[in-house]
Design a protein around this ligand. Structure first.
Ligand code: M6R
Length: 612
């Protein structure tokens, strides 16, 4: 999805902008560009394709300007092309704009501006913005604040979501930014300031950030920043220290971010557990103050999320229902918001989002708020949009996740949801303390158990080599193993482009078994002792029909005629997804590598899906 970078200071802006864009590549994009103020003019250099292509544009290395804005575009309106790339200029080349998000009423605004004599070069929704700014500037009183007022008037006309940066040679000492429903942060330096849609883009320059709020404006100068609300009333804003390590956002010697993030899981889980869970002590959340009275009043919980985060929600449902006996429904955010869900003040809605910027999840959260439910966000990104909308937030603390395919965020989300379930159960007194304590011991053992799985890569690599040319694959499981099958199948699809389906093993004979033919690969997850025998029978059914089988199990299975078996450590079924997903992540990774694909940036996908 689109990324934004900006700089104002005393250094050459161009390398800072390009490096910032490079560290945002993981968001997914199809074109890139920069605009720099140079000798009282705006110089725009942009093209479709990779950020690195910018370095080949004639003259880019000679730009000396110290104020600039930059963008990676992921096409929504208009195909990927140089014309449609950002930054966009107004007709008089007085204002350059980059924009993340979607302007829903751009057609109407385009017609309005066309009537006023403006013309358009691109098919984008964004190009209306610099022209609207010019229109209001031209018609405004020419005092020191005319630039800010013109931006505000233009923004007042916009419907949709946006994070916007604007520069102008008429006001060569500032960058103006504003956001609504799309992230934007300002990094504070010494006599210089940075702007980005995502913290990792500028983390190597500063750890001090201002997290811009919805409808908030900032006028950024080299040595100070003015903040304004939506009526342009100025206010002060606290700087936030973000202790992410810049090197944590780099590859650390791993071939790809995805592999690095898979290997980070023992540590990211330790961070997620933090001081929230200790043996023989009640769980505690610094960031939650839900009373016993409130928890007793809840008659229903919704867990709402997209993709992998939704799969983590399925594990959360199992834990909450088992330990707290409160009914939980897991919903896909893009469905939830349109299906008129039954929500009232006795409903708790939990929203899971690694990025905290997923448009569908945020919209689903806003819906629940309007219906009087309490909302709880589970996110990995401090200060992200979802955390600012929700009544409560608990952070996964998994560290930056760069690869598009989510791995460590998933395992941290599951850990956090299970800890949350224990915390609720302790308040509600709904599960005996000794059982909860056993589960706590199992959670604390997870990091070491994952390390043992990561020590045995060879069988997974071998299997990946054998199956990477397949066109279709199937993933089977029952109960919590079915939830993991869904996640394994999604991981495979998104980074290897192999068609795959996940089925509940018991459902197979109701239709999908018709697809099983000689030589097809079926991956099965068998970890829940109460369901193992039944699942084995289902696997025998596919073996009989010629399937090649890989079984991931914590059970002692002998003489079952499986082609490959990967053994994983035993644990409580409520948290077994955290272990069984690791071989599936690695399988998808090595299959993708065998196919020679770009593991971190799969086609058509974006890390942060900020459009509906
Ligand atoms: O940032 P979010 O957790 O809200 O993202 C949700 C999904 O877009 C995300 O999990 C997606 O499915 C991943 N690419 C899966 O690997």
């Amino acid at each position: 999805m689109c990324g934004i970078v900006g700089y104002i200071g005393n250094k050459k802006a161009t390398p800072i902008l390009i490096n910032g864009l490079l560290s945002l590549e993981y968001r997914g994009y199809d074109s890139a560009g920069i605009a720099v103020l140079e000798n009282n003019k705006i110089v725009v250099m942009k093209d479709k394709g990779r950020v690195n292509n910018l370095n080949n544009i004639d003259g880019i290395n000679n730009l000396n300007g110290t104020i600039g804005i930059a963008h990676t575009r992921w096409a929504t309106h208009g195909k990927p092309s140089k014309e449609n790339s950002h930054p966009h200029l107004d007709n008089s080349n007085s204002f350059a704009v980059v924009h993340n998000g979607i302007i829903e009423n751009y057609n109407e605004l385009r017609n309005f501006l066309t009537e006023k004599g403006y013309t358009f070069i691109s098919q984008t929704d964004t190009e209306v913005i610099p022209n609207l700014i010019h229109y209001y500037y031209k018609n405004g009183i020419k005092d020191e604040n005319v630039f800010l007022r013109a931006v505000k008037s233009a923004v007042d006309d916009l419907k949709g979501s946006y994070a916007i940066e604007v520069i102008s040679p008429l006001f060569p000492n500032r960058v103006i930014v504003v956001r609504k429903d799309s992230p934007l942060v300002i990094g504070k330096g010494e006599n210089e300031n940075y702007i980005a849609s995502d913290i990792p883009a500028i983390l190597s320059h500063t750890k001090n950030f201002y997290l811009l709020d919805d409808n908030e404006y900032a006028e950024i100068y080299t040595d100070h920043i003015n903040f304004y609300d939506s009526s342009l009333v100025s206010h002060s804003k606290a700087v936030k220290n973000i202790e992410w390590d810049a090197s944590a956002a780099e590859k650390d010697g791993f071939e790809d971010y995805m592999l690095k993030e898979i290997f980070e899981q023992p540590n990211s889980i330790r961070e997620t557990i933090g001081s929230r869970l200790k043996l023989n002590e009640l769980c505690s959340f610094d960031d939650l103050d839900l009373s016993k009275e409130y928890l007793q009043s809840i008659n229903k919980i919704y867990i709402v999320a997209c993709g992998t985060a939704m799969h983590a929600g399925l594990a959360g449902k199992n834990a909450i229902e088992k330990l707290c006996r409160i009914p939980v429904t897991v919903d896909i955010a893009s469905e939830f918001r349109y299906r008129d869900p039954i929500i009232d003040d006795k409903t708790l809605c939990i929203y899971i989002s690694q990025s905290g910027e997923t448009a569908d999840t945020i919209a689903a959260l806003k819906l629940a708020k309007t219906k009087g439910a309490k909302t709880l966000a589970v996110s990995n990104v401090i200060g992200s949009s979802i955390t600012r909308e929700a009544n409560y937030t608990i952070y996964t603390h998994a560290g930056p996740e760069i690869a598009v395919a989510s791995t460590k965020a998933y395992t941290s989300q599951v850990v956090l949801l299970v800890i949350l379930a224990i915390y609720f159960a302790e308040i509600l007194n709904s599960t005996p303390a000794n059982l909860l304590n056993d589960l706590k011991a199992d959670i604390l053992d997870l990091p070491v158990k994952i390390e043992t799985i990561l020590d045995q890569l060879e069988p997974i690599k071998d299997f990946a080599k054998k199956v990477y040319t397949q066109k279709d694959m199937f993933f089977l499981g029952r109960g919590t193993d079915y939830n993991v099958a869904l996640e394994g199948s999604l991981k495979l699809k998104e980074i290897s482009y192999i068609h795959s389906e996940a089925y509940s093993a018991g459902e197979l004979k109701h239709g999908p078994i018709a697809l099983i033919e000689n030589g097809i690969t079926v991956v099965s997850i068998l970890t829940d002792p109460s369901l193992v025998e039944k699942s084995i029978s289902n696997i025998q059914e596919v073996i009989t029909r010629g399937a090649k089988t890989l079984v991931i199990t914590n059970q002692n299975l002998t003489n079952k005629h499986f082609d490959f078996v990967i053994n994983i450590p035993n644990t409580n079924p409520l948290i077994s997804p955290i272990l069984s997903v690791v071989p599936l992540q690695l399988l998808a990774y090595y299959i993708s590598k065998n196919k020679g694909l770009d593991v971190d940036k799969p086609r058509n996908l974006a890390k942060s899906v900020t459009v509906e």
